[in-house]
Write a protein that binds this ligand. Structure first.
Ligand SMILES: Cc1ncc(C[n+]2csc(CCOP(=O)(O)OP(=O)(O)O)c2C)c(N)n1
Ligand SMILES: [Mg+2]
Length: 577
C-alpha cells in the first residue's frame, strides 16, 4: 500500500476518486454507466479528472442498463478485460435484468457498481438523504437482488480501503471461472475524504491457470492413442486464443474429430476436415473415448444420442462441477479442473515424447472425417441454394454474407432457432471471431455487438437476432449509443413473425400433430418496423428484405453503410412461423 501523492488531485480526494482511480489502475477503460442520484460524487470526480487532465475510464452513457451490461459483456469477450457497469441503486440493478445471468453462465468478467441509498436522514453526513426517491430505494438487501448471479458482492463500508476492494473484485472476476462481481456504496461513504494510495497491480493478479494433474495427462493421452473412435466436444475452449492452436495440434496428430456444441466462441477452424459440425448426434453413440473440453451440456441425457455405457469420458473444464447449476450431472470417468490451453499443451507435450499413433490408422481416420466433413457441408450448401419460389431462408442470408465478410469479421450470435444457419454458413476460422452470450437470457446481442465494436473498431461486426430477441435488446438504447460513440455494426433480424422457439417447444412436448392454434401465444404479427426503430433512435440505415432476389444487394448496401460509420439493420422477412 504505497501512498502516491503524484496521483492526488488538487483539493479534496474522496472515495469516489479512489474508486475511479482504482478502476483505471486495474485496466478498466470504459464505464457503461446509467447514473443517478447515488452517483453525484462519481460525476464530480469524473468532471474534475477531466478538468485536471487525469486519466480515467471513458463513460459510455447507457440509456438502458440491460444494454450497458451486454456491452461490457461483449467488450470483455473481445479484450479479456473486465469493464465497469455503473447502475442506479436497487432499480438500476433490477433493470440489468437477465444480462447478469448471461455474464455468469458465459463466465465473462464484469465489474458492476451500484450506489446504495443514503443511510442518514438529517444531514448528519455529507451525502445524506435529500429527495423522497431516496426513501423508496431503501431495501433490506440490495446485493441479494443479484447474489445468485455474481461471484462476489460486497458493500463499501469505509472509503479508506476502496482500492483494495476494487482489486479484490477484479481478481475474483478475472480468476477462472470468470464472472461478474457487484460492489455497492452509499452516498455518505462515497463522499468520505481518503488518502490516495496506489496498489502494486502485480500483487493482485488473477489466480494462475490450473494444469492437469500429471498422472491424468498420461491417462488421457493413452486413452486417446488407443481409441478407435475418439471424439472431442467443446463449446467455449476458444475463449483463450492460444487454445485453438493447441487443440488443432492435438486433433491433427490423433485424427481426433471435433464437434462444437452450441459454441459461444470460435473453438476450432470450421473449415478443418476434423470439424464435424455443431451437433454431435450419432458421433456420440459411436465414440469409445470422449473428451469434453469446456462445455456445459455436451449431450442431453433424456435425448436419443447418448454415449455408450462403456465409453470412456474425460471431462476437462475450467468449471467441471458447474457449481452455478444446482442440478447437473454428466457421469464421466474423470472430472478435471484445468485451463483448456494449459491442459492441451500438457497433452501435446506428453505426446511429443511418446510413440506416435500408427500413421495408417491416423490417415484412415482423417480421411473418414474429411469425407463426413465434406458431405455435411455439401448438404448445408444445398440448403442455402435459391428456392424456386423466391422465398428467403436464413441459410441464404448467412451464405451470402459469408461472401462479403473477411475472415477477421466478428459474428455476434443470438439467432435462437436460426442459429444453425449462422454456424453452418458463416464458418469462423480465426480465434476471437464468434461470440454467443453463454446464457439463456435473450436481449444480449445488440449491446454485445456495441461492446464488441468498441473493443475492435477496425473490424466488421455483424449481429444476428430473431424478431422476438430484437424487442429484448433495448434497441433505442443500443442504436443511440452506437451513433454517439461511433460504433457502427450490422444487425440482421431473422424475422419469422414470432417466437418460433416457444412454438417448437410446445410441439415437442405436446405433440407435433396438435390441432390447437397457439398463435395467440407465439405470433408477433403484425411485424414491427425493426429498422425504423433503429433509424429513429440512432440514424441507422433501415432495410427490409422481402425476396431472395434483393438479398445480395441489400446485404452489400448494409455492410457498406457500417463501413462508412452508420449502423444498419436488415429486417429479413422469412416465412412466418
Ligand atoms: C429474457 C428472456 N425472455 C424470454 C425468453 C424465452 N424465450 C426463449 S426463445 C424465445 C423466442 C425468441 O423469439 P425470436 O427471437 O423471434 O427467435 P425464434 O424463436 O423465432 O427463432 C423466447 C421468448 C428468454 N429466453 N429470455
Ligand atoms: Mg422469431
Amino acid at each position: 500500500m504505497l501512498p502516491n501523492p503524484a496521483e492526488a488531485p488538487a483539493g479534496r480526494y474522496t472515495a469516489c476518486d479512489a474508486l475511479l482511480g482504482a478502476l483505471h489502475e486495474s485496466g478498466v477503460t470504459h464505464i457503461f454507466g446509467n447514473l443517478g442520484s447515488d452517483h453525484a460524487g462519481i460525476v464530480q470526480s469524473l468532471a474534475r479528472a477531466k478538468l485536471e487532465g487525469r486519466p480515467m475510464p471513458q463513460v459510455i452513457l447507457s440509456p438502458h442498463e440491460g444494454m450497458a451490461l451486454a456491452a461490457a459483456h461483449g467488450y470483455a469477450q473481445v479484450s479479456g478485460q473486465a469493464q465497469a457497469v455503473f447502475v442506479h441503486v436497487d432499480v438500476g440493478t433490477q433493470n440489468m435484468g437477465g444480462g447478469i445471468s448471461n455474464a455468469l453462465h458465459g463466465r465473462v468478467p464484469v465489474f458492476i457498481f451500484a450506489g446504495l441509498t443514503p443511510f442518514t436522514l438529517e444531514g448528519e453526513l455529507p451525502g445524506s438523504r435529500n429527495r423522497s426517491a431516496t426513501y423508496l430505494q431503501d431495501v433490506p438487501d440490495q446485493g441479494g437482488i443479484v447474489r445468485q448471479y455474481v461471484k462476489w458482492d460486497y458493500s463499501i463500508r469505509t472509503g479508506k480501503n476502496v482500492p483494495q476492494l476494487v482489486q479484490r473484485a477484479m481478481q475474483i472476476a478475472h480468476s477462472d471461472p470468470k464472472g461478474p462481481v457487484y460492489l455497492t456504496g452509499a452516498r455518505e461513504v462515497l463522499e468520505e475524504d481518503v488518502s490516495p494510495q496506489k496498489l502494486p497491480a502485480a500483487q493482485w493478479r488473477p489466480v494462475e491457470a490450473a494444469a492437469l494433474p500429471g498422472d491424468h495427462v498420461a491417462e488421457i493421452a493413452r486413452a486417446l492413442l488407443q481409441a478407435e473412435n475418439p471424439l472431442l466436444i467443446t463449446s467455449y475452449s476458444g475463449r483463450n486464443a492460444a487454445c485453438v492452436g493447441q487443440l488443432q495440434r492435438l486433433c491433427e496428430r490423433l485424427a481426433l474429430r471435433v464437434v462444437e456444441e452450441r459454441p459461444i466462441h470460435m473453438n476450432f477452424p470450421a473449415d478443418h476436415p476434423l470439424h464435424q459440425g455443431y451437433q454431435a448426434g450419432a458421433l456420440i453413440g459411436d465414440a469409445d473415448v470422449i473428451v469434453v473440453l469446456d462445455c456445459d451440456v455436451p449431450w442431453i441425457p433424456s435425448g436419443k444420442q447418448r454415449p455408450r455405457p462403456e465409453a470412456r469420458i474425460f471431462y476437462i473444464d475450467v468449471d467441471p462441477l458447474k457449481e452455478t447449476i444446482p442440478l447437473w450431472y454428466m457421469p464421466s470417468e474423470r472430472f478435471l479442473r484445468a485451463d483448456s490451453a494449459t491442459a492441451l499443451g500438457q497433452l501435446n507435450a506428453w505426446l511429443d515424447s511418446a510413440p506416435p499413433l500408427d500413421e495408417a490408422r491416423r490417415a484412415a481416420r482423417l480421411e473418414e472425417a474429411r469425407g463426413s466433413h465434406d458431405k455435411m457441408r455439401a448438404d448445408w450448401k444445398r440448403k442455402a441454394a435459391l428456392r424456386a419460389d423466391g422465398t428467403i431462408t436464413p441459410e441464404m442470408v448467412t451464405a451470402c454474407l459469408n461472401e462479403l465478410l473477411d475472415a477477421d469479421a466478428i459474428v455476434v450470435n443470438e439467432a435462437v432457432t436460426n442459429a444453425s444457419a449462422v454456424f453452418q454458413h458463416l464458418p469462423r476460422t480465426q480465434p476471437g471471431t464468434f461470440f454467443g452470450s453463454g446464457g439463456s437470457s435473450l436481449g444480449w446481442a445488440g449491446g454485445a455487438a456495441l461492446g464488441v465494436k468498441l473493443a475492435a473498431p477496425d473490424r466488421d461486426v455483424v449481429c444476428f437476432t430473431g424478431d422476438g430477441s430484437f424487442f429484448f435488446i433495448n434497441p433505442s438504447s443500443v442504436y443511440w449509443c452506437a451513433r454517439r460513440y461511433q460504433a457502427p455494426f450490422l444487425t440482421v433480424v431473422f424475422n419469422n413473425q414470432g417466437w418460433n422457439a416457444t412454438q417448437q417447444n410446445f410441439k415437442r412436448i405436446h405433440g407435433a400433430g396438435s390441432p390447437m392454434d397457439i398463435g395467440d401465444c407465439v405470433s408477433l404479427a403484425p411485424s414491427a418496423d425493426f429498422g425504423g426503430i433503429a433509424q429513429a433512435a440512432g440514424g441507422a440505415l433501415a432495410l427490409t428484405v422481402q425476396t431472395a432476389e434483393e438479398l445480395p444487394g441489400m446485404l452489400a448496401r448494409a455492410l457498406a453503410a457500417t463501413r462508412s460509420g452508420q449502423c444498419a439493420v436488415l429486417d429479413v422477412r422469412l416465412p412466418g412461423i
